[in-house]
Design a protein around this ligand. Sequence first.
Ligand code: SF4
Length: 281
Amino acid sequence: MIVILADPTGLCFGVKRAIEELERSINSRGKVYALGSPIHNPQEVKRLEGMGLVVVNSPQEVPHGGTAFIRAHGATPQAIEELRRRGCEIVDGTCPFVRNVQEKVAFLSKEGYTVVIVGDPDHPEVQGIRGYAVGDSFVVSDPSRVDLVPSCAGLGVVAQTTQKEDVLAAVSASLVPKAKELRLYNTICSATLSRQEAVRRLAGEADGIIVIGGRNSANTGKLVSIAKSMGVDVQWIENADELDWGGLEGKEKIGIAAGASTPGWLIEDLVSRLRRRSMGG
Ligand code: SF4
């Protein structure tokens, strides 16, 4: 059995940067309160909790004067304002790609466009981005949902950073009859695009693919759906213990892809177990 690793794969620059920032803060302050899970990977969150991380769901749960961490997904301006009111020190790990979408939404709103975000309405990044719209805003997950958006003079469209390009294109096309002016920013991040492209290449050469990453990770889920759409056999696991060895029987080339929030140590563990097995160990 040959094991091929997608290239690039695993931690993206935005998550890596945020986690390094978080580790530095914990090391210097002891206890840091993250507004929402700082990384969509349960194993990595557990490791950070062992160091002093406390995950909270709202700014009100951060003690007055405490240190609050904003994850790579960002947060609403309202949440940040509430942390300031509580006298918290804010460590901002918002990914620059997410910051760019927030700024685009604020700009489009200011210019009078009705904002449409192409993404998952329940995803924290999307909820944070939406907080930057001052007027009406709508979240559309796929072209069948454009009926949510009313006809208006100007629509300003952005995408969740982990969106698939074909979905952004299809939603945007469906919005054309709804507005005299359509202003579109392709805000899908380059790390997402390159990882999606890598999994497409991998699906073309492997006869089975293992995608490793949190089941709550949007970008990992997209890698799984891309691989499946290419007809290759796919296993989605969070760690090597979940591997279905029976499902790999008879396969000669196994591809491995990891979500942008999957830490390197989980990928290395998976690769070494597969290589040991392929050598009869
Ligand atoms: S997937 Fe892209 S936008 Fe999201 S944290 Fe990583 S680099 Fe930033």
